[in-house]
Design a binder for this molecule. Structure first.
Ligand SMILES: [Mg+2]
Length: 290
């Protein structure tokens, strides 16, 4: 395997088994690679306080922090670190109140569309800074489980079909984009089955920003970059897991790896490496020695 100059990776389920546990296993090879000058980029849909309890930087020595970057919040936040080790916001895409309210209107219109025409119930979470979450499985409680559980997509598609809604989750994503256009917005709709998320950006925006302004800026070419995740898999026909959003026109020339156990189908570019978090850790350790 080649030595990569930049490694983009998902956090939950790829770098750590659970965000509640300490990041003790992944930190030593990360720090070693940073010492060697490798750029590391954490990509996650969550916010900074949810990555290593908001203390990731404290666990990385100050003198190597400048090689560490984070693209978080579904395209909203891109962070780096200055020479003193302080976290700095490189780029932020958070809608103002007026735009947030328009996104809320789109989400409510999706809710209305499903309830009025199909008698299909949803709940909406309005409190994210840059998107809404529409719960498509209101009677299914995930408990502490953050990830997609197998069969959830089938369950959503089955529920939608029972209510006479054609097209399943894929159709719902298309409808959401159309409803957004009625409100004059080019919304991005993504799903992990239970939740349909509606906002103006996705992980793809984090990737493109960080490639353009960090990686390419340093003269690193895309062929020397790789991307790791545990949710590249197809959730159903035409619907890909959230890590597939890391494949953009700018990133397409890189290598992509999925560590999940039984992906249904992976995008063309993605190599299946079974083994979960352990496989990613082995990869990092092997990169240290190259
Ligand atoms: Mg993950």
């Amino acid at each position: 395997m080649q030595k990569y100059q930049t490694i983009f990776f998902d956090w939950d389920g790829t770098a750590v088994v659970s965000r509640e546990l300490p990041a003790d296993d992944v930190l030593p090879p990360m720090i070693e690679l940073l010492r060697q000058g490798v750029i590391l980029v954490v990509i996650s849909g969550t916010t900074y306080n949810k990555i290593a309890q908001g203390r990731l930087h404290e666990q990385v020595p100050k003198d190597v922090r400048q090689g560490l970057y984070l693209g978080l919040g579904r395209g909203a936040f891109n962070y780096g670190f200055d020479a003193d080790g302080n976290r700095i916001t490189l780029h932020e895409v958070v809608p103002d109140c007026a735009l947030r309210l328009r996104i809320h209107q789109v989400a409510f219109a999706v809710h209305t569309h499903l309830l009025e025409r199909y008698g299909y119930d949803t709940d909406i979470v309005f409190t994210r800074p840059n998107y809404c979450k529409i719960d498509l499985l209101v009677n299914v409680d995930r408990g502490d489980q953050l990830y997609l559980t197998s069969g959830e997509v089938d369950l959503v598609n089955q529920n939608l079909a029972e209510h006479g809604y054609p097209g399943g989750v894929e159709g719902l994503i298309e409808d959401t984009v159309s409803i957004g256009q009625e409100f004059g917005l080019e919304v991005q709709a993504t799903t992990d089955a239970k939740f349909l998320e509606v906002g103006m950006t996705t992980k793809a925006d984090n990737i493109d920003y960080l490639l353009e302004h960090v990686v390419f800026e340093r003269g690193i070419v895309i062929e020397d970059c790789c991307f790791w995740g545990d949710e590249f898999t197809a959730l159903g026909p035409g619907v890909w897991g959230s890590d597939a959003q890391m494949i953009t026109d700018k990133s397409r020339g890189a290598d992509f790896f999925d560590v999940s156990e039984d992906p249904l189908e992976l995008p063309d570019k993605v190599t299946h490496v079974t083994g979960g978090v352990q496989a990613f850790l082995e990869f990092l350790k092997a990169q240290v020695d190259l």
